[in-house]
Design a protein around this ligand. Structure first.
Ligand code: IVH
Length: 695
């Protein structure tokens, strides 16, 4: 298409051309984003966009909300399609010292029942400080891609991954290899921005008055999570591949062999990766990496050690969300000195009063820190932290910055010790310590607005019901207006306050609709573990919520168990739930107000049962208890294998126990099993049962 130069267009012609362009670009975007089937070449599309941008600049009076220049932002805020991972995308547990490297190796040997002198080959890699991704190849072609998300479901970023030149679009290989192209290959790795590209991007952003990124990792995340994949293509991203997800090809014997295959397929594999045979070699690798860190062209935040042999990896398996066969050894935290300007008290959803330090902004290892956590009253007293003090701040990874120490020589004269408030700063109720707990709690309970707001915020947060648009500010606003006083009110917002909302300053049709849509998505249903987490019970974080969901499997079963008088005892029998947690959970469900809210919530939102991956195996859903000494497997390995086969492992025997596996010298639990008529298995019988599961 040839165009008249813009300067020669009449306003009428410009208006008509802009309307036509808006329509065409919307069509192309829809084809591209929703169906992943571009209708024109990138060059052609870019030319249309450039023409449109020039027209919008020259004729701003014709720019509409639906004009392409406006829509990119709106689209980016709308979110991505969800993409489920065929194999969960795990994270790593962290260690911070060289001693822990030795402990980690000892633990692995113990789990596998190996002698202290047995060598276990490890692969040591740099831990790239970027954003993890999964890239799925079907019959050798890049067919899909996702962010990690919550490890089970991520965001579909296939279009963005395609924009990264370093990531192969098609697996490379010689002829021999062609015949072996796997049907499915899910490669996991890290997308990163080099230090040089990060500085260049920020310099350009600063020049044009745009937002700068705090560090290369944020820049990489911001560049990859772009609904307009063309933005990704303009940002320079690199990748390193380092892990395997779903895979149907010939199995690898070792992680090292997998890395070799990755290279052959055309993936960038980090050149610093080494094989180590002992903890000493791993520590030497870590020290050498620390030395090299500043000179590397990309950010790293530690080392990752992985067991090389795949058969050992399989035996070691996983705990919660991290493999037992790998660990991240993080570089030490970065520190800086600054001044403590004030101590504020925040009130959390459980009523805990948490002191927060406001400090003079200071750059700690590349990030500007303004606030630090002070944990609790004891911590302030122990470190004798006073307002006006010079303090040393420390930041480690994503952890909230902390105050490590006070520089006493610099303390201003007459600085008084900090007195922890005895009343809630928000509702004025008395603030008390409970039992031996370090935290001070507001006794205002349901009348304390801070607690109510925090509970609602938690309920809507990302790992809970994930209602985008219900962030801090809006919840506070709606709470103050009286529109949302508890979590149930969220689901009546539209019906009761749509018009009010549209009349509020700063709210338009679009933003209101977006919020209502997000609420509707949450109302469509939520998995049991997220729902349990969303309730915000004391002591119940995401990991405990998953344990509870895994044990009860459905809301109906969880609720009816919690209504029984022996709720606490049943909770205590679950592996991973201790007495303090059991008390909190049982108390929560006993509270009449909570019951009422729960009834109303569960009438509104379908709660999805836990679907067991290994459903249908003889052990799935069964409760199993181990007692005595096993000979072929360590206790940990036996438990892990039972869990992998879908069983629940409990620590004590009850009528609900399906099997007790008794090793040598079994005692009381074996007796209880006999009294209750629970099936008792020998170790061999247990093995056979497992083999029957195909694991
Ligand atoms: S392996 C099952 N290797 O670190 C093992 N992760 O803190 C999965 N990361 O989510 C991860 N460099 O985003 C692995 N060489 C490396 C890595 C690495 C960076 C990231 C990854 C992971 C996070 C865990």
């Amino acid at each position: 298409m040839t165009h008249k130069p813009i300067s020669e267009l009449t306003p009428e012609e410009a208006r008509a051309e802009m309307a036509a362009l808006a329509k065409r670009i919307a069509e192309l975007d829809a084809a591209y984003h929703a169906h992943d089937a571009p209708l024109v070449s990138d060059a052609e599309y870019d030319a249309l966009r450039r023409r449109n941008d020039a027209l919008e600049d020259a004729f701003p009076q014709f720019v509409r909300d639906s004009s392409p220049g406006r829509r990119v932002g709106a689209q980016a805020a709308d979110g991505f399609q969800k993409a489920a991972h065929r194999v969960p995308m795990l994270s790593l547990s962290n260690i911070f010292s060289e001693e822990e490297v030795v402990d980690f190796m000892d633990k692995i040997r113990r789990f596998l029942g190996m002698a202290a002198s047995d060598e276990i080959e490890m692969v040591a890699e740099p831990k790239i400080d970027g954003v993890s991704f999964s890239a799925v190849y079907e019959k050798g072609e890049l067919a899909g891609g996702a962010t990690r998300g919550d490890g089970v479901v991520g965001e579909d970023i296939a279009a963005n991954l395609r924009m990264i030149p370093q990531l192969p679009k098609r697996l490379a290989g010689d002829d021999l290899f062609e015949s072996e192209v796997p049907d499915v290959l899910d490669v996991r790795g890290e997308a990163y921005m080099s230090k040089a590209d990060f500085f260049a991007l920020n310099a350009a952003a600063e020049e044009s008055g745009q937002k700068v990124f705090a560090n290369p990792r944020n820049a990489a995340a911001g560049s990859l999570r772009q609904l307009d994949a063309r933005v990704t293509s303009r940002r320079k991203l690199g990748v390193f591949a380092y892990a395997l997800g779903a895979y149907t090809g010939r199995p690898f014997d070792s992680h090292w062999a997998f890395l070799e295959a990755l290279k052959k397929w055309g993936f960038p594999v980090n050149p610093e990766i080494r094989l180590c045979r002992t903890a000493d070699e791993m520590i030497a690798f870590f020290r050498a990496l620390s030395e090299k860190r500043a000179a590397l062209p990309y950010d790293i935040d530690g080392a990752v050690y992985k067991v090389n042999r795949m058969d050992l990896q399989r035996r070691l398996g996983f705990v919660a969300r991290a493999p037992r066969w790998a660990v991240a050894h993080k570089f030490p935290a970065e520190q800086a000195a600054t001044r403590l300007n004030a101590i504020r008290i925040q009130v959390g959803r459980t009523g805990a009063l948490t002191p927060v330090a406001d400090v003079e902004p200071v750059n700690v290892g590349g990030v500007v820190v303004r606030h630090a956590t002070l944990h609790n009253a004891d911590e302030i007293a122990r470190k004798d932290i006073r307002v006006g003090d010079s303090v040393v701040i420390q930041r480690a990874g994503d952890v909230i910055p902390q105050i490590v120490s006070v520089v006493l020589e610099k303390r201003p004269e007459n600085a008084p010790p900090f007195v922890f408030p005895s009343v809630c700063p928000v509702c004025g109720s008395r603030a008390l310590r409970e039992g031996t707990e370090a935290a001070v709690y507001c006794t205002g309970g349901l009348v304390c607005p801070a607690q109510a707001v925090e509970r609602i915020r938690h309920f809507a947060s990302r790992d809970a019901l994930d209602i985008e648009g219900l962030g801090d500010k809006n919840i506070e606003l709606f709470y103050t207006l009286g529109w949302i006083r508890n979590v149930v009110d969220i689901f009546h917002l539209r019906q009761r306050h749509e018009l009010d909302l549209l009349n509020l300053d700063g709210w338009g049709q679009k933003s209101a609709l977006k919020l209502f849509d997000a609420i509707e998505r949450a109302r469509a249903g939520v998995p049991l573990d997220r729902f349990v987490y969303a309730l915000g019970m004391r002591e119940v974080g995401a990991a405990t919520a998953r344990i509870l969901a895994g044990h009860f499997e459905s809301w109906a079963q969880l609720e009816s168990a919690m209504k029984r008088p022996d709720a606490r005892e049943e909770l205590m029998r679950i592996e991973g739930i201790g007495p303090v947690m059991a008390d909190e959970i049982a108390d929560f469900f006993r509270e009449p107000h909570h019951r009422e809210i729960l009834d109303r919530l569960t009438a509104l939102i379908p709660i999805r049962d836990v679907v067991r991956a290994s459903g249908g195996t003889p052990l799935s859903g069964k409760t199993i208890v181990f007692t005595g000494t096993l000979s072929g497997l360590t206790r940990d390995e036996a438990k892990a294998r039972a869990q992998a086969a879908g069983a629940k492992v409990a620590s004590s025997v009850s009528a609900k126990t399906a099997y007790v596996v008794a090793g040598a010298d079994a005692g009381g639990k074996l007796e209880t099993a006999r009294e209750l008529g629970v099936a008792v298995l020998t170790e061999e019988e247990f093995d056979r049962l497992l083999d029957g599961t195909g694991k």
